[in-house]
Write a protein that binds this ligand. Structure first.
Ligand code: KIV
Length: 264
């Protein structure tokens, strides 16, 4: 696979071609995932749950994120590496710049942060200094204690309108990608049509420009019950490589996600 850049993803959005993103935390999987032509690897702070066994992403540190980014970089063959800024590592603009520098120097090509329009100044500062940013909206797991659980966000007209406004503000501030987690499919479609930058969805229906899943969920090895938006791609696959390729192909063809994976 050729090296994927933000330019590649923007061109894919313009051409109406879907792309896929998958979380990855080590060199071995980075090789499998990038060989399966997944365009974006997310070194997600979900590693706090699926690798470390915590009940939230809050305990993950910047040092741990940088370690996993460096591992992923060694195995990656051309996918764009996006890394999560962990909980409270971007509470101020200065802190966001220091934390992002650590992840970019470890091998990330862009950073992701969770929040809404309050992040505009942070996103502008990072973007102006050459650090591409993905803004994660909707269900933001680092705010689970404020949200009162892992719940669908943006239901009701007022909440939906304010999420659309937030998305536009974050794009205007310089976000290069938006990520929507657990929002009604109709709202995700409106946001995707309202902004020019690519929109990645998880539990956000079939009309976003791209999809992301947590690796352990789509391989069926996460303990406990999977959320509604997860599909186990190991079912019917004879290898992990085949399961990851099926995911990439089904995102590209529009077969995944189906209506059963979305929310109203
Ligand atoms: O940390 C992560 O894996 C994520 C995805 C759920 C989008 O942010």
């Amino acid at each position: 696979m050729k090296n994927i850049t933000l330019h590649t993803l923007a061109e894919m959005k313009s051409a109406g071609e879907k792309f896929s993103c998958l979380t990855t935390y080590d060199a071995c999987f980075a090789q499998l995932v990038s060989k399966a032509a997944i365009e974006v690897i997310l070194v997600g702070d979900s590693l706090g749950m699926v690798l470390q066994g915590n009940d939230s992403t809050l305990p993950v540190t910047l040092e741990e994120m940088a370690y996993h980014v460096a591992c992923v970089k060694k195995g990656n063959q051309g996918a764009l590496i996006m890394a999560d800024l962990p909980f409270m590592s971007y509470a101020t603009v200065e802190q966001a710049m220091d934390s992002s520098a650590a992840l970019m120097q470890a091998g990330a090509q862009m950073v992701k942060l969770e929040g809404s329009a309050w992040l505009s100044d942070t996103i502008s500062a990072l973007s102006e200094r050459g650090i591409p940013v993905c803004a994660h909206l909707g269900l933001t797991p680092q705010a689970v204690n404020k949200l009162g659980g892992y719940k669908v966000q943006g239901r009701g007209e007022d909440n939906a309108s304010s999420m659309i406004e937030d998305a536009k503000k974050l794009e205007a501030a310089g976000a290069s990608i938006l990520l929507l987690e657990c929002v009604p499919s109709k709202l995700a479609k409106s946001i995707t049509e309202s902004v020019e930058v690519p929109v990645i969805g998880i539990g956000a229906g079939a009309d976003t420009d791209a999809q992301v899943l947590v690796l352990h969920d789509m391989l069926g090895i996460s303990p406990g019950k999977n959320p509604r938006f997860v599909k186990n791609f190991m079912e019917g696959a004879d290898s992990i490589q085949a399961a990851i390729e099926n995911y990439a192909n089904q995102v590209k063809s529009g077969e995944f996600p189906g209506p059963e994976h979305g929310f109203e």
